[in-house]
Ligand binder design. Structure first.
Ligand code: ADP
Length: 272
C-alpha cells in the first residue's frame, strides 16, 4: 500500500507508541502504589497485636505475679493476639500463593449440595458456640453437579459462613441457598447480623479492609478472608457479589459452572 502522506503516518505511529508507553507507565505506577500500600498495611496489621502482646507481658512483669488472676487474664489476652498473628500469616501466605499462581485450580465434578452439607458438619460446633442456627435452603430435588476446585470452594464457603458467625447476632440464623441459573448455580450465604453500611460495600473485597464496626467489635480477623474468596471465585471465571443492609444482615452470593448434561434427542415412537 502506498500512503498518500508518509510523514503523517510516521507522526501517527509515534503518537500511538507514546500513548501505549503512557498506559504501561501508568500501570507500573499503579502497581507500585498498590505494593507500597500493601506493605504499609501488613506492617500496621502486625503492629497492633504485637504491641498488645508486649503490653500484656510488661503488665505481668510489673505486677510480679502477685495478682495471679489478673496475670492469667493477661496471658489469655496475649495468647489471643498470638492467634491473630498466626491467622494473619496463614492468610498472607495463602493470598500470595494464590496471586502468584502457585496454587493452580484443580477442576473436578462434584455435587454442590454434598459439599454444603460437609461444610455444615465441620462448622456445627462453631455455630453452636455462637448460638447461630445454620440452615440449608434447598428448593430443588436434584443435586447440582458443578465443575470447580472442590477444596477451594470449600474454603470459600467456610470463609463466608465463618464471617456470618463473627458478624452475626447471637441467636441468629445463617442460611445457605442454591439457585439454578441455567448454565450456572448461584450459592448465597445470608445472615441476620450487623450488616454493612452502603459506602463500605465497594471496598469490602480489598485486602485488609475491615469496617469500623468490625474493628470496634474486637473480633479477630485478618481482613484477608474476602480477598481470598474473591480471588478463588475469579480464578474460576465466576462472579461474587454482596448486598447488605446495616443493622439487618448481609448476603454474599457466588456462581459456579454447572456440568452440562448431555441432552439426548428424543427417540420418536414408531406406531405400528
Ligand atoms: P475479617 O473478617 O478477617 O476482618 P474479611 O476479609 O473476611 O476479613 O472481611 C472484611 C470485612 O468485611 C470484615 O472485617 C467486616 O467488616 C466485613 N464483613 C465481612 N463479612 C461480613 C458479614 N457477614 N457481615 C458484616 N460485615 C462483614
Amino acid at each position: 500500500i502506498v500512503s498518500a502522506d508518509p510523514i503523517k503516518d510516521v507522526q501517527q505511529e509515534v503518537k500511538e507508541w507514546a500513548s501505549q508507553k503512557k498506559i504501561e507507565i501508568d500501570e507500573l505506577r499503579k502497581q507500585e502504589k498498590f505494593r507500597r500500600e500493601f506493605l504499609s498495611n501488613i506492617s500496621h496489621e502486625f503492629k497492633t497485636p504485637l504491641f498488645a502482646i508486649q503490653g500484656y507481658i510488661e503488665a505481668i512483669q510489673d505486677d510480679n505475679f502477685e495478682d495471679t488472676d489478673m496475670a492469667a487474664q493477661f496471658l489469655e489476652k496475649a495468647s489471643k493476639n498470638v492467634d491473630r498473628l498466626s491467622y494473619l500469616i496463614k492468610d498472607l501466605d495463602e493470598i500470595s500463593k494464590l496471586e502468584s499462581g502457585e496454587i493452580p485450580i484443580n477442576y473436578s465434578k462434584f455435587k454442590v449440595n454434598d459439599l454444603i452439607k460437609e461444610v455444615f458438619e465441620s462448622l456445627e460446633l462453631k455455630a453452636n458456640q455462637h448460638s447461630i442456627r445454620l440452615i440449608f435452603k434447598q428448593k430443588y430435588d436434584e443435586p447440582f453437579l458443578v465443575t470447580a476446585d472442590r477444596e477451594k470452594i470449600r474454603q470459600v464457603l467456610v470463609n463466608l459462613i465463618d464471617n456470618s458467625f463473627k458478624y452475626g447476632k447471637e441467636g441468629g440464623t445463617t442460611s445457605v441457598s442454591v439457585f439454578d441459573l441455567h448454565d450456572q448455580v448461584l450459592i448465597e450465604v445470608t445472615d441476620d447480623g450487623i450488616g454493612i453500611e452502603e459506602h463500605n460495600l465497594p471496598r469490602l473485597f480489598e485486602r485488609f479492609f475491615r469496617t469500623d464496626q468490625s474493628r470496634s467489635r474486637q473480633i479477630g480477623g485478618s481482613g484477608l478472608g474476602l480477598a481470598i474468596v474473591k480471588h478463588i471465585i475469579e480464578a474460576h471465571q465466576q462472579t461474587i457479589n454482596v448486598r447488605s443492609t446495616a443493622g439487618l444482615g448481609s448476603t454474599f452470593g457466588f456462581t459456579l459452572q454447572k456440568v452440562k448434561q448431555i441432552q439426548f434427542p428424543a427417540i420418536p415412537v414408531l406406531k405400528s
